[in-house]
Write a protein that binds this ligand. Structure first.
Ligand code: ZN
Length: 466
């Protein structure tokens, strides 16, 4: 049986990587996996938040099924997670040595992996413009512990190793360090350009949950008063933290190669739990919305029998579980929601499917503005429970998602079809979305629409990781 090595980054949009066409980022080690590997072009997360996304792909189920719907500690309590088979359980039962280094944030779904305890190694910023916090410190430990373990490993079983990296998530702390009106610190490196969809002229035509992300996402609230150059500095810092992740990936790849673990005998996977807004629509980090930057993630495979290139189509992080089972020749458990995409990895096509789906519930345990996303080959449809707010984007004609067609008479039949798909999805997966309750703090949303206009409080941070 071939080894399996999975690199997971936190908060990495597909378009942040040179493997997907980015011309600013420098990720030579991720490129080592991408070169000669297969890049899946349209892979979507099931939730733009760490813990729900992770619990989802480790079990192959949607967040409403795992009941891990937020980063709240309540989602980690015993009994929340139904007793679904986990990837770790399936692969360890099949004879793999299953070992995990780094960020867990899994609500119990890493069951079956030996998880190295998360520790930190404090480091000094290489550039004062990029202050580091425990996100980077945890990665420092992860890379060292994984490399040490690999170099000392004696086990003869096939290896299933996960390196779970927090960066570029350190960008969230960077926003806090640079909140409000400020003059940016010059790092000495060139500023990346703003994204083409930096402006958000039609914000008034979006669901209320989108209009007021600044009130539910403290990081967004902290950008009130930022200049366009501050957003370029955000991007530059984001790419810096991405390069730290990349450097560590290179260290792990080197240690593996020293021990004879390479693409000739090992399936490598490179992915992320969700994306980052990357300045699109004046947005930072992630939460609530289902835009491409937030939901579309890299998914790269390399190894025996894997072709080289880029595969167009739609896929989901839910596909990871059945695909790895297929690649290892292991029977997949019943009830997995994703598809085996092995045919696409060996040069064929992605499996035909009507849609992939995403969910938003809440971040801190408030039931604010739950939403759902249905993405077909051409369209993206979103719906929020609060005001029944809808978005419809034609991603063929409008890949930057700048024209919400939900209110356009000529799109009425497409909209109706997307509503039907959502209805079918809710029924088939037992999702009670339409009857979920929601509540917004009365102190929120007391300012004119526009993230730059934010004032007052935003949803509090509880000190939990996110
Ligand atoms: Zn606000």
């Amino acid at each position: 049986m071939k080894n399996i090595v999975v690199f997971i980054m936190d908060q990495t949009a597909w378009r942040a990587l040179p493997a997907y066409g980015n011309t600013y980022a420098k990720t030579p080690n991720i490129d080592r996996i991408a070169e000669g590997g297969m890049c899946i072009d349209g892979c979507y997360s099931t939730c733009p938040l760490c813990q729900p996304s992770r619990a989802s792909f480790w079990t192959g189920r949607y967040p409403h099924e795992t009941r891990v719907v937020s980063n709240s500690a309540r989602c980690r309590e015993k009994g929340v997670l139904p007793d679904f088979p986990t990837m770790g359980e399936v692969f360890s039962a099949a004879g793999y040595e299953t070992v995990h280094f780094g960020k867990t944030h899994d609500a119990g779904t890493l069951r079956g992996f030996y998880c190295e305890p998360e520790k930190e190694i404090v480091s000094e910023p290489e550039n004062p413009a990029y202050p580091q916090n425990r996100d980077t410190f945890r990665d420092n430990y992860t890379f060292r512990a994984a490399c040490d373990w690999i170099r000392q490993r004696q086990d003869e079983r096939p290896l299933f190793l996960v390196a779970d990296i927090v960066n570029p998530h350190n960008i969230c702390g960077w926003v806090g360090e640079n909140q409000g009106v400020h003059r940016g610190m010059d790092s000495g490196e060139p500023l990346p350009p703003l994204p083409e969809n930096f402006d958000f002229p039609d914000i008034a035509g979006q669901p209320r949950a989108i209009q007021y992300v600044c009130c539910t996402n403290i990081r967004q609230s902290q950008t009130a008063g930022w200049t366009p150059d501050n957003f370029r500095e955000y991007l530059r810092a984001y790419y810096h933290f991405l390069s730290l992740a990349d450097r560590g990936i290179g260290q792990v790849l080197d240690a593996l190669e020293e021990r004879g673990v390479h693409a000739g005998n090992t399936l490598f996977v490179m992915m992320s739990d969700h994306g980052d807004s990357m300045g699109a629509r004046g947005r930072v980090t992630k939460q609530v919305d289902f835009y491409e930057e937030t939901m579309r993630v890299p998914m790269i495979f390399k190894g025996p029998g894997i072709g080289a290139g880029r595969r167009e189509g739609i896929a989901s992080l839910l596909d990871l579980f059945p695909t790895l089972c297929s690649q290892a020749g292991i029977g997949a458990p019943e009830g997995l929601r994703g598809r085996d995409i092995s045919a696409a990895l060996s040069g064929g096509e992605l499996p035909g499917r009507d849609y992939v789906a995403g969910e938003w519930h809440t971040e801190w345990g408030y039931t604010v503005s739950p939403g759902r996303m249905i993405r077909t080959g051409r369209y993206k449809y979103t719906r929020y429970i609060e005001d029944g707010g809808e978005q419809l984007f034609d991603l063929e004609m409008d890949p930057l998602e700048q024209n919400n067609l939900a209110g356009e008479p000529e799109s009425a039949s497409v909209l109706e079809g997307m509503r039907d798909l959502l209805k079918r999805h809710l029924e088939e997966t037992g999702d009670s979305f339409e009857t979920l309750k929601w509540a917004a703090d009365s102190r929120w949303r007391s300012h004119p629409v526009g993230y730059q206009n934010h004032r007052g409080i935003a949803a509090p941070m509880t000190g939990e990781e996110h």
